[in-house]
Design a protein around this ligand. Structure first.
Ligand code: XMP
Length: 325
């Protein structure tokens, strides 16, 4: 539309004016905001931008490939991918406490990102300094954090663990005046893949905080399959626009008895947590059609043999948060 086009033009101009001939880096999380921010900066300054994608192994099915292949194909961005899943899983071994998990994931993210940043500086094709950090800060984030500018003081909760505060970068925040729906429109205008532009909000710590109990590779694989089935069925039923997000939570420390064929099983339950919301500050549980819930349940228990029970969370926020951890 006219307005979306003018937002893009205006931001491209502003980014060029701010960055000049220097260089910028951007951490891609796989989410909408960082993707759209990066695409705008790419459009403005091209190869002066390098993006970093830290694969912490806690992503949902297909997401890493969407960043590595589809996003790069759509934008032509220079991308450095760091496969750090071993490292994150090692650091998370034996940890069940939600706040501990968040801290560990945040800390490891910063370390990996700093290393990647040092490599980017060292490998620089030009003498221009890497002076800018691109962030996908939205208007509601600006308002919530008191409207300050120029410093990396985003609430750690809303960031990929929170980037280090002492990074010597000036911030580039091309989405500071926008709401989520406008960000999606800008992303569409820039030709980003629908899977990224329409993506449900996903927490920085990823599936790590959707496994109740210790995070292991096996448990991640189970949850990834169950989550992919739920998303597929919601999309097939045309419900993506009705829900804000639908976390699938693996109760990994709980076992439940089931029966499959003649055999008794002793597996794990998952919880479906579909919610509707305007801004995630408050939320209501979504009244999904029973037949859709039924299909999700049947498919998960048939296709993921270690999961033998599917339950539905019917709690609003407050008192329940959207995520279980
Ligand atoms: P809660 O669980 O607090 O979630 O009701 C509100 C919204 O924020 C997302 N969320 C996070 N996002 N890092 C993030 O980037 C986090 O640590 C985090 N925790 C929750 C959640 O998915 C929901 O959209």
């Amino acid at each position: 539309s006219w307005t979306t086009e003018s937002i893009v033009d205006e931001q491209v101009e502003a980014i060029r004016a701010q960055v000049g001939s220097r260089r910028a880096i951007c951490a891609l999380s796989g989410g909408v905001d960082s993707a759209v921010a990066a695409a705008l900066v790419q459009k403005a300054i091209g190869t002066q931008l390098t993006c970093v994608y830290v694969d912490h192994g806690l992503m949902r099915k297909g997401e890493t490939e969407q960043v590595e292949k589809d996003f790069v194909a759509a934008t032509g961005v220079q991308l450095k991918v760091v496969d750090a899943s071993e490292r994150f899983l090692g650091a998370l071994a034996g940890v069940s406490d939600p706040e501990q998990k968040r801290k560990i994931i945040g800390r490891e993210f910063i370390r990996v990102f700093e290393q990647a940043q040092a490599e980017i500086v060292a490998e620089a094709p030009s003498d221009e300094p890497v002076a800018f950090l691109v962030q996908g800060t939205l208007y509601p984030d600006v308002v919530e954090s008191g409207g300050g500018t120029g410093t990396a003081n985003i609430k750690s909760h809303h960031n990929v663990g929170g980037l280090p505060e002492d990074l010597e970068f000036e911030l580039v925040e091309p989405l500071r005046k926008l709401f989520k729906d406008e960000v999606r429109m800008v992303g569409q205008e820039l030709g980003l893949p629908a899977e990224i532009v329409q993506r449900q909000p996903f927490p920085g710590p990823g599936l790590g905080i959707r496994i109740i109990g210790e995070v292991t590779r096996e448990r991640l694989d189970l949850l990834r399959e169950a989550d992919a089935i739920a998303r597929e069925e919601l999309t097939a039923a045309g419900l993506d626009g009705d829900i804000w997000q639908c976390p699938v939570v693996l109760l990994a420390d709980v076992r439940s008895v089931g029966v499959q064929g003649d055999a008794r099983t002793y597996g794990h339950p998952v919880v479906l947590r579909p919610v509707s919301s305007e801004d995630a500050m408050t939320a209501d549980w979504s009244r999904l059609p029973y037949d859709v819930l039924g299909r999700i349940s049947t498919r998960i228990t048939n296709e993921v043999s270690e999961i033998n029970r599917v339950t539905l969370d019917v709690t609003s926020k407050p008192p329940g948060t959207i995520e279980w951890e």
